[in-house]
Design a protein around this ligand. Sequence first.
Ligand SMILES: C[S@@+](CC[C@H](N)C(=O)[O-])C[C@H]1O[C@@H](n2cnc3c(N)ncnc32)[C@H](O)[C@@H]1O
Length: 252
Amino acid sequence: MRYARVAAIEDAYLKTEIDKTVSPRDHMYNTGQDWYFTVGLDGIRVVLRALSISTLGEVTRILDLPCGHGRVARHLRAAFPRADISFADIDTDGADFCANQFRGTAIHSQPDLSQVALGDGYDIIWIGSLFTHVDEARAETWTRHLCKRLSPRGILIATLHGNWSKEVQRKYGAMIGDAEWQQILAGYEASGWGYARYPGEDDYGVSLCRASTIIAMASRIEGVRILGYNERAWAGNHDVLMIERRDRMEAW
Ligand SMILES: C[S@@+](CC[C@H](N)C(=O)[O-])C[C@H]1O[C@@H](n2cnc3c(N)ncnc32)[C@H](O)[C@@H]1O
């Protein structure tokens, strides 16, 4: 996308009043009021950076997955007022809240995302903190599945727990108990992707990934190009992977 177009989207977004309606069931708000709105805003900065290095012309369809109760959704609506936005989450209350409050379509997800009818032709798929909670096999299967849901030149943006998350666990508030963290670190050392379940959860927990492992995973997906990998790009916390649906082997 041309820089001037990205700048115009940003200018209009910054002049728009954000809908600050918060659901009483918003887990991200209830556990992090102090940074809730700035983290949402920074999601838009990540999206704009990805657009500026993509070849996408316009944004007409967006998938926010998982939307939660709209930490980023409200900003996506403000930045792309005319776009069709689908809000997907396994928390059906969250998806319904986002669809009603921020004008869009709710998609009720399932534990296996590849079984969910997510629709097609998305110019942006924003995946804020989902792969941060699953193992590598699921993240790869889901990334492949989601890349096929993109429009030609559409972009997928996924956030991940990279190096910085080790400091977060150690100094800023543990994401998971010590026994599980040791299991995560062992997996991380062995393969570049550590994962452990939250106690009591079926198969949902915390992951920790090496940038090189993510790049290798994205490199195995056909029909796309890696746009970039940025450490701590979302709110100084999560790493960000950006992929464009444009065949890396397309002829000159
Ligand atoms: C850390 S929250 C992030 C929510 C939102 N992106 C945000 O930034 O506030 C993780 C979300 O993933 C959702 N989730 C977990 N498994 C899912 C699945 N299989 N499909 C869709 N959403 C899922 C949870 O319900 C939760 O809302």
